[in-house]
Design a protein around this ligand. Structure first.
Ligand SMILES: Cc1cc2nc3c(=O)[nH]c(=O)nc-3n(C[C@H](O)[C@H](O)[C@H](O)COP(=O)(O)OP(=O)(O)OC[C@H]3O[C@@H](n4cnc5c(N)ncnc54)[C@H](O)[C@@H]3O)c2cc1C
Length: 496
């Protein structure tokens, strides 16, 4: 119970990034009183501009922003182009190779995060969330039993308190609120990189139809991302290994140029380009992108989602996917407990297990992907082994990096799998020929992992549910808690 005279709501969300706004929308849709406390005033700058189809066609459809995103003019991302591994030539995958992302769901967007995040936050407001910008949460209020609210400084500098049944920390990687969940944050020994990034105008584009692809180019000190944000604007960043940290020190302009000079493909693409030097894109920024995971993701009354809980190396653009997917999982738990259908322990255990598993998939996959001594056909062939499906190696790989599973092809559209295969048969056959021609017999141990297979299944079900709603097939539980998503995807329910 809140002390008399102190504001009391159902859920407080700390941070209005994609994780926070998604969770708030999904809980407010059930009629609960939700407050977002956001430190900044939107639109605000954020890194993390390349998105996955599972976010756009799964989560964004569930929260009701698909039309707004379609109208925003974001660059269409049909896949990825890599200069990576032992192959000296760039290789490309397209999401449409996957039958699960065929047709209308075979793309994602490259977004200016200031615009994308504002669309999601405004949407929360539209749904009924009380969004308060310029409000910085300073601490969590709680006792041994549970978390009960937060203290914050409002936009006029006044210190305030709000009580709630749940506090969700979605405050990203810089805030310290997560410490109040208990248990330390564990940093990866493997992924300890530094990123140095800026923005350029008039950079070259990949040939059509791949001009909107993310380009990832490895070089001796690390790798570059090259993300076409609009016809003119490109986001360019170097991710360098920890032992190369001296390369991102000193004058940032010079450091970035020196790294560009080390990477022939990016150097060529920026041959006629000019770095943006004014406005929000005028700064060269440095970010430690060390991967980490908290030892706990929840305690009674509080949960961590998005970067507040964990982060994994950005090479597969999984950050916003993990933030919004964890928001969906936590929203289900909150909705279920508040509706009195599942007890708190079971609901949040399910949230944590599924979230950890999804994080683990990307983590494990990335460890293998950093093996530069194999060619792309080795990644594709191994992906087929892990998914155990009847489709091509390339398709298995694309499912993994697109954030969708291998077994739920019919769910992404209402037409049948067979029809979609027929429609796309030429592109698909060509792709298979390419893979078979370069196939290697080595197999990465990662792809034997059952955790990878399970997580792929779940993320496709998210997309399927968004498209088909209550018509989606019944699911089987993944863990001992025995919980499955309800037909509308908004709650947990006991299987059976
Ligand atoms: C170098 C690099 C490249 C990346 N590239 C990609 C990419 O291409 N694609 C991708 O998907 N991801 C990428 N990411 C990851 C991505 O940036 C994050 O995973 C994503 O933004 C996480 O979303 P979130 O909602 O958890 O947090 P955020 O987007 O960080 O939002 C958190 C919000 O909380 C607010 N906040 C913080 N503290 C407080 C407080 N005390 N009180 C109130 N509000 C607070 C902040 O102002 C912010 O608005 C990249 C990351 C790095 C480091």
């Amino acid at each position: 119970m809140s002390p008399e005279g102190v504001e009391d709501v159902d859920v407080i969300v700390v941070g209005g990034g994609p994780g926070g706004s998604t969770l708030a929308s999904l809980v407010a849709k059930q009629g609960h009183r939700v407050v977002i406390l956001e430190k900044e005033h939107f639109p605000r700058y954020q890194i993390g501009e390349s998105l996955l189809p599972s976010t756009i066609h799964g989560i964004c459809r569930l929260i009701g922003v698909s039309d707004k995103l379609a109208q925003a003019g974001f660059t269409l991302k049909r896949g990825g182009t890599f200069r990576w591994g032992s192959n000296p030539s760039p290789w490309t995958f397209s999401f449409s190779i996957s039958s699960r992302m065929a047709g209308e769901t075979s793309f994602a967007y490259q977004v200016e995060r200031s615009k994308f995040d504002k669309i999601l936050l405004d949407n929360s407001r539209r749904i009924g969330v009380d969004v308060r910008e310029g409000c910085s949460v300073t601490d969590v209020i709680g006792d041994d039993e549970r978390v009960r609210g937060v203290s914050y400084v409002d936009a006029t500098g006044n210190e305030k308190k709000i009580y709630s049944r749940y506090v969700v920390d979605a405050s990203g990687n810089k805030s310290r609120i997560y410490q109040r969940i208990g248990g330390p944050r564990q940093y990866s020994e493997f992924f300890r990189s530094l990123a140095l990034f800026g923005y350029f105008e008039n950079g070259k584009r990949l040939p059509a139809p791949n001009s909107g692809n993310i380009l990832s180019a490895a070089f001796d000190s690390g790798w570059f991302w090259y993300i076409p944000l609009s016809e003119k604007l490109t986001s360019v960043g170097a991710v360098v290994r920890r032992e190369m940290a001296s390369k991102v020190q000193g004058d940032p302009e010079r450091a970035l140029q020196a790294l560009i000079d080390e990477c022939p493909m990016v150097k060529e693409y920026l041959g006629d380009a000019k770095r943006v030097t004014e406005g929000k894109y005028g700064q060269i920024r440095v970010r430690k992108d060390y991967s980490y995971s908290n030892t706990r993701f929840w305690r009674p009354g509080m949960a961590l989602i998005g970067d507040a809980a964990c982060f994994v190396d950005p090479v597969f653009s999984s950050g916003v996917h993990l933030a919004t997917y964890s928001a969906l999982l936590a929203a289900r738990s909150i909705n279920s407990v508040m509706a009195g259908v599942i007890d708190e322990e079971a609901a949040f255990k399910e949230f944590e297990l599924r979230y950890r598993r999804e994080y683990g998939v990307f983590y494990e996959f990335l460890m293998s992907f950093y093996d530069m001594h194999v060619s792309e056909s080795s990644y594709f062939w191994s992906a087929k082994k892990v998914t155990k499906n009847t489709h091509s190696e390339l398709e298995s790989f694309v499912d993994l990096v697109g954030g969708v599973s291998s077994g739920e092809a019919a769910f992404t559209e209402t037409t049948s799998v067979a029809q979609r295969f027929k429609d796309r048969s030429k592109e698909f056959a060509d792709a298979i020929d390419e893979v078979v021609a370069g196939q290697e017999q080595s197999m990465l141990p990662l792809f034997k992992s059952s955790v990878v297979q399970q997580a792929m299944q779940e993320s496709s079900q998210v997309q399927a549910r968004a498209v088909l709603g209550e018509d989606a097939e019944a699911e089987t539980p993944l863990f001992d808690c025995g919980l499955v998503p309800s037909p509308d995807g908004m709650f947990w329910s006991a299987a059976g």
